[in-house]
Design a protein around this ligand. Structure first.
Ligand SMILES: [Zn+2]
Length: 181
Protein backbone atom coordinates (compact mmCIF):
# COMPACT_ATOMS: atom_id res chain seq x y z
CA UNK A 1 0.00 0.00 0.00
CA UNK A 2 1.15 3.52 -0.82
CA UNK A 3 0.96 6.29 1.76
CA UNK A 4 -1.62 8.79 0.58
CA UNK A 5 0.38 11.64 2.06
CA UNK A 6 3.98 11.12 1.00
CA UNK A 7 3.36 8.41 -1.66
CA UNK A 8 6.09 6.14 -0.35
CA UNK A 9 5.53 2.44 0.22
CA UNK A 10 3.98 1.60 3.58
CA UNK A 11 5.26 -1.24 5.72
CA UNK A 12 2.92 -4.08 6.48
CA UNK A 13 2.77 -5.99 9.74
CA UNK A 14 0.44 -8.30 11.66
CA UNK A 15 -0.43 -7.02 15.10
CA UNK A 16 -2.92 -7.44 17.86
CA UNK A 17 -5.34 -4.55 17.37
CA UNK A 18 -7.68 -3.04 19.94
CA UNK A 19 -10.91 -2.96 17.98
CA UNK A 20 -12.60 0.09 19.55
CA UNK A 21 -14.62 0.57 16.34
CA UNK A 22 -16.73 -2.38 17.52
CA UNK A 23 -18.15 -0.29 20.35
CA UNK A 24 -16.52 -2.55 22.92
CA UNK A 25 -13.35 -1.59 24.76
CA UNK A 26 -12.21 -5.16 25.43
CA UNK A 27 -12.24 -6.63 21.92
CA UNK A 28 -8.99 -7.28 20.06
CA UNK A 29 -8.35 -8.55 16.55
CA UNK A 30 -5.65 -11.16 16.49
CA UNK A 31 -3.04 -10.74 13.77
CA UNK A 32 -4.67 -7.69 12.24
CA UNK A 33 -2.99 -6.31 9.12
CA UNK A 34 -1.46 -2.89 9.82
CA UNK A 35 0.07 -0.62 7.18
CA UNK A 36 2.52 1.91 8.57
CA UNK A 37 4.21 4.98 7.10
CA UNK A 38 7.01 5.83 9.51
CA UNK A 39 7.73 9.09 7.74
CA UNK A 40 4.22 10.49 8.26
CA UNK A 41 3.55 8.53 11.44
CA UNK A 42 0.37 7.04 9.96
CA UNK A 43 -0.99 3.63 10.84
CA UNK A 44 -3.84 1.99 8.95
CA UNK A 45 -5.55 -1.10 10.27
CA UNK A 46 -7.30 -3.34 7.77
CA UNK A 47 -10.59 -4.18 9.45
CA UNK A 48 -13.33 -6.67 8.66
CA UNK A 49 -16.67 -5.26 7.54
CA UNK A 50 -18.62 -4.34 10.63
CA UNK A 51 -21.41 -6.92 10.23
CA UNK A 52 -19.00 -9.82 9.87
CA UNK A 53 -17.05 -8.55 12.86
CA UNK A 54 -20.23 -8.09 14.91
CA UNK A 55 -21.24 -11.70 14.32
CA UNK A 56 -17.76 -12.87 15.21
CA UNK A 57 -17.84 -10.87 18.44
CA UNK A 58 -21.29 -12.25 19.22
CA UNK A 59 -19.98 -15.82 18.84
CA UNK A 60 -17.15 -15.03 21.24
CA UNK A 61 -19.30 -13.11 23.71
CA UNK A 62 -22.06 -15.71 24.15
CA UNK A 63 -19.47 -18.35 25.09
CA UNK A 64 -17.88 -16.36 27.91
CA UNK A 65 -18.09 -17.74 31.44
CA UNK A 66 -18.36 -14.31 32.96
CA UNK A 67 -21.59 -12.38 33.36
CA UNK A 68 -22.48 -10.01 30.53
CA UNK A 69 -21.77 -6.40 31.44
CA UNK A 70 -23.63 -3.31 30.29
CA UNK A 71 -21.50 -2.72 27.23
CA UNK A 72 -21.92 -6.32 26.07
CA UNK A 73 -25.68 -6.31 26.61
CA UNK A 74 -25.97 -3.11 24.59
CA UNK A 75 -23.74 -4.62 21.92
CA UNK A 76 -25.86 -7.78 21.62
CA UNK A 77 -29.06 -5.76 21.53
CA UNK A 78 -27.71 -3.66 18.66
CA UNK A 79 -26.54 -6.71 16.72
CA UNK A 80 -30.05 -8.11 17.15
CA UNK A 81 -31.39 -4.77 15.89
CA UNK A 82 -33.73 -4.41 18.83
CA UNK A 83 -34.79 -1.33 20.74
CA UNK A 84 -34.50 -1.53 24.53
CA UNK A 85 -38.26 -1.96 24.81
CA UNK A 86 -38.21 -4.78 22.26
CA UNK A 87 -35.44 -6.63 24.06
CA UNK A 88 -37.40 -6.19 27.28
CA UNK A 89 -40.36 -7.86 25.67
CA UNK A 90 -38.25 -10.74 24.28
CA UNK A 91 -36.91 -11.39 27.81
CA UNK A 92 -40.24 -10.60 29.47
CA UNK A 93 -38.76 -7.98 31.75
CA UNK A 94 -39.58 -4.29 31.91
CA UNK A 95 -37.74 -1.70 29.88
CA UNK A 96 -36.22 -0.14 32.99
CA UNK A 97 -34.39 -3.39 33.78
CA UNK A 98 -32.77 -3.35 30.35
CA UNK A 99 -31.52 0.20 30.72
CA UNK A 100 -30.24 -0.48 34.25
CA UNK A 101 -28.25 -3.45 32.99
CA UNK A 102 -26.91 -1.48 30.06
CA UNK A 103 -25.84 1.37 32.33
CA UNK A 104 -24.19 -1.07 34.75
CA UNK A 105 -26.51 0.11 37.52
CA UNK A 106 -27.78 -3.41 38.09
CA UNK A 107 -26.03 -6.68 37.23
CA UNK A 108 -28.00 -8.93 34.93
CA UNK A 109 -29.21 -12.12 36.65
CA UNK A 110 -28.16 -15.56 35.38
CA UNK A 111 -31.55 -16.44 33.89
CA UNK A 112 -31.76 -13.30 31.78
CA UNK A 113 -28.10 -13.51 30.85
CA UNK A 114 -28.85 -17.03 29.56
CA UNK A 115 -32.01 -15.95 27.71
CA UNK A 116 -30.25 -13.00 26.13
CA UNK A 117 -27.42 -15.17 24.79
CA UNK A 118 -29.88 -17.71 23.38
CA UNK A 119 -31.97 -14.95 21.77
CA UNK A 120 -28.87 -13.39 20.24
CA UNK A 121 -27.89 -16.68 18.59
CA UNK A 122 -31.45 -17.33 17.40
CA UNK A 123 -31.76 -13.92 15.83
CA UNK A 124 -28.32 -13.36 14.39
CA UNK A 125 -27.03 -16.82 13.44
CA UNK A 126 -30.31 -17.33 11.65
CA UNK A 127 -29.72 -18.33 8.04
CA UNK A 128 -30.79 -21.89 7.17
CA UNK A 129 -27.16 -22.79 6.41
CA UNK A 130 -26.21 -21.66 9.93
CA UNK A 131 -28.70 -23.93 11.68
CA UNK A 132 -26.11 -26.44 12.81
CA UNK A 133 -23.77 -23.74 14.07
CA UNK A 134 -26.60 -22.10 16.01
CA UNK A 135 -27.50 -25.46 17.61
CA UNK A 136 -23.91 -26.08 18.68
CA UNK A 137 -23.60 -22.55 20.09
CA UNK A 138 -26.81 -22.96 22.08
CA UNK A 139 -25.70 -26.31 23.44
CA UNK A 140 -22.40 -24.76 24.54
CA UNK A 141 -24.23 -21.83 26.15
CA UNK A 142 -26.33 -24.30 28.16
CA UNK A 143 -23.19 -26.12 29.34
CA UNK A 144 -21.43 -22.90 30.28
CA UNK A 145 -24.38 -21.50 32.16
CA UNK A 146 -24.91 -24.78 34.01
CA UNK A 147 -21.38 -25.56 35.06
CA UNK A 148 -19.02 -22.65 34.53
CA UNK A 149 -20.96 -19.41 34.87
CA UNK A 150 -19.16 -16.77 36.94
CA UNK A 151 -21.83 -14.38 38.12
CA UNK A 152 -19.44 -12.33 40.25
CA UNK A 153 -17.10 -11.34 37.42
CA UNK A 154 -18.13 -9.36 34.41
CA UNK A 155 -17.01 -9.99 30.88
CA UNK A 156 -16.03 -6.37 30.27
CA UNK A 157 -12.89 -6.82 32.34
CA UNK A 158 -11.59 -9.63 30.18
CA UNK A 159 -9.94 -9.31 26.80
CA UNK A 160 -11.87 -10.91 23.96
CA UNK A 161 -9.97 -11.85 20.85
CA UNK A 162 -11.45 -12.36 17.42
CA UNK A 163 -9.48 -13.53 14.42
CA UNK A 164 -9.27 -11.41 11.33
CA UNK A 165 -11.59 -12.91 8.68
CA UNK A 166 -9.69 -10.89 6.09
CA UNK A 167 -6.83 -13.29 6.13
CA UNK A 168 -9.08 -15.94 4.66
CA UNK A 169 -10.95 -13.83 2.15
CA UNK A 170 -8.01 -11.57 1.33
CA UNK A 171 -10.38 -8.68 0.83
CA UNK A 172 -9.66 -5.21 2.09
CA UNK A 173 -13.06 -4.04 3.14
CA UNK A 174 -12.61 -1.32 5.67
CA UNK A 175 -9.78 0.52 7.28
CA UNK A 176 -9.09 2.75 10.21
CA UNK A 177 -6.39 5.36 10.19
CA UNK A 178 -4.52 6.52 13.23
CA UNK A 179 -2.10 9.40 13.13
CA UNK A 180 0.52 9.34 15.83
CA UNK A 181 1.10 6.60 18.35
ZN1 LIG B 1 3.74 8.82 4.35
Amino acid sequence: MICHRCHSAMQMSLERYQYRESGLENVFIDRCIIHTCEKCNIRMAVLPDSETAAREILRTLVLQKRRLDGQSILFLRKVMRLKAVELASVLRVDRVSVSRWENNQVAIDAINDFRLRMAAVDRVIARPAQREEADVLKMLICLIMQDHYESSKDVGNEELTISSPLQESGALINSSETVGT
